[in-house]
Design a binder for this molecule. Structure first.
Ligand SMILES: Nc1ncnc2c1ncn2[C@@H]1O[C@H](COP(=O)(O)OP(=O)(O)O)[C@@H](O)[C@H]1O
Ligand SMILES: [Mg+2]
Length: 516
């Protein structure tokens, strides 16, 4: 993707070569005007005129109006007489309609280009859409893409510097402005400046304000095609999964670092497979919340269910949107539901797998993918090959130490009290085979029981133990499924929890909930 400097060089060369038609495609006419201004300043031997419907025809360098007639026809007439009387003159047109197809306007321009050619003149068209090929073939074209992260950084840095120390207290330093530029990448320079101005209008610019940037960006994009923004409401707490948490610390650093001066790639993401109800979906939310990044969900199954041919374009659009809203966490829940290969497979799901893997490999934006899967045996093997995701973790039923953590977590959440060590020890034993979700549900039940108890008394130890005793965990009702998932996962993935033999003894004390 060429940056402003490269596009400027190309245009400068076209002008020096006296190419009679130069088409510059961009959605940012102001930046193109700046680029042309720099070219005009260094090509002083030539004259540059610019026409827009709001300002009419002006000298590009001095801004002096050339005529009272603001119309396009008037400007074209002026160009015709100028080309006939002088050489090396350039006319820039910024907002001409109907150039994308054969029309009287595009034919008129083609005629003018032929006239310019004989007089060493150039017509420069600044357009958003490609122009009609009959016209485009008469000249050369260039594209000015959206600003790169470095260019946004320069724009934001300049604006922050203007305000620093004057009226507004500003906490942002180099690395914060770099992060802001990264978050805002994918929008125009004008939009980025507007976002920053809106933030400065609060009368301060704090480090914590950076979180707000992605909300502004979402608003700018409006309709997020193919992906859904998930609102993160709480401080998600995940018990256990220590190995995964350790691994994530490094990835967070990579996601948040400025990699532009390094040869490092941003992380691709993680696949979490394992027993239902043990914290896979919860982890996706916890990662985004802890990293202070927006969370988007990609509904693969919904995409697969579309009409023939629509699925592929919808997936492409969704992944492009994810690239634009980066840095973000992109969550694909129960990926096997959409990508499982099996009998009756129409071929669409295979193509989607290919398309998805290609993106995973090629995309260099900071999109951290968290994919989860319960039914692992049906996952396509190419998805699981080394190097697709950064890592595949197996999320198992919590061991004794993890159960203690989860039990304490939900007692504190639903009942606001700390468990006595003896009772806790007993509950850890009683909850062998429980998933995190089973533990959450039973403690929630106990809290509901307390609420509906006429006296409102805290539940006795006996009541608590009785509740635990009545639970039939998922791992028991679906023991064969769970055994199959464990056999598969333990042999292929890295354990998300502490490895079993090195794990703590049941009820080991001193454990803390790790919030991540
Ligand atoms: N390790 C855990 N720590 C805390 N809560 C958990 C844990 N595992 C499961 N839960 C509870 O169970 C619920 C369901 O877990 P979820 O993450 O959706 O399971 P799955 O692994 O099937 O995606 C969570 O919302 C949370 O309340
Ligand atoms: Mg889930």
């Amino acid at each position: 993707m060429p940056d402003l400097g490269e596009t400027q060089n190309i245009v400068h060369r076209y002008l020096s070569a006296r190419v009679p038609l130069i088409v510059i495609r961009s959605i940012e006419p102001n930046r193109v005007r700046g680029l042309l201004g720099s070219c005009a300043a260094s090509l002083r031997a030539m004259a540059f005129y610019e026409h827009s419907r709001t300002e009419g025809l002006k000298d590009l360098l001095t801004g002096q109006p050339v005529s009272d007639d603001f119309s396009l026809t008037g400007a074209l007439e002026q160009a015709r007489t100028t080309f006939k009387s002088r050489t090396n003159v350039n006319f820039v047109f910024t907002d001409v309609e109907d150039l994308d197809q054969e029309s009287s306007t595009s034919r008129h321009f083609a005629e003018m280009v032929r006239l310019a050619e004989g007089r060493q003149g150039s017509i420069i068209l600044v357009v958003q859409k490609p122009v009609w090929t009959g016209l485009a073939r008469l000249g050369m074209s260039a594209t000015l893409d959206l600003p790169t992260t470095d260019e946004l950084f320069d724009a934001l840095n300049g604006m922050v510097d203007d305000h620093r120390g004057v009226v507004v207290p500003i906490e942002w330093q180099y690395e914060h402005i770099r992060r802001a530029a990264e978050i805002l990448s994918g929008i125009t320079e004008m939009e980025a400046i507007n976002v920053l101005a809106t933030m400065l209008a609060k009368g301060r610019l704090l480090v914590d304000d950076i979180v707000e940037l992605s909300q502004f960006k979402d608003r700018i994009f409006g309709d997020l095609s193919g992906i859904e923004r998930i609102t993160l409401r709480e401080n998600y707490k995940v018990g256990g999964l220590k190995n995964l948490k350790r691994w994530l610390v490094q990835r967070e650093r990579l996601m948040k670092s400025d990699l532009s001066q390094t040869t490092l790639h941003p992380p691709k993401g993680v696949l979490l497979v394992g027993v239902p109800g043990c914290g896979k979906s919860l982890s996706a939310k916890a990662i985004a919340a802890q990293w202070q990044l927006p969370l988007y969900r990609l509904d693969m199954a919904g995409i697969l269910g579309m009409y023939v041919g629509q699925s592929e374009s919808q997936l492409r659009e969704a992944l492009e949107t994810a690239d634009r809203v980066a840095p973000c966490v992109l969550w694909i829940d129960e990926i096997e539901k959409a990508l499982a290969s099996g009998p009756g497979d129409s071929g669409t799901s295979r193509r989607l797998v290919g398309q998805f893997l290609y993106w995973l490999q090629e995309s260099s934006s900071k999109v951290f993918m968290v994919a989860t899967a319960n039914e692992v045996t049906s996952l396509p093997p190419e998805l699981l090959r080394k190097g697709r995701f950064d890592e595949m973790f197996f999320v198992d039923l919590p061991d004794a130490g993890d159960r203690e953590e989860i039990i304490r977590l939900y007692f504190s959440k639903y009942l606001s009290y700390d468990l006595a060590p003896d009772l806790c020890e007993e509950l850890v034993q009683a909850s062998e085979g429980f998933s995190g979700s089973d533990i959450d549900a039973v403690i929630h039940d106990i809290a509901v029981h307390q609420l509906t108890d006429a006296a409102g008394a805290l539940p006795t130890d006996l009541t608590v133990k009785n509740h635990f005793a009545t639970v039939v965990p998922y791992s028991q009702t679906n023991s064969e499924d769970v055994a199959a998932i464990r056999a598969w996962g333990l042999s292929r993935c890295v354990p998300a929890g502490e490895p079993r033999d090195g794990g703590s003894a049941p009820g080991a004390s001193g454990r803390r909930i790790v919030i991540f």
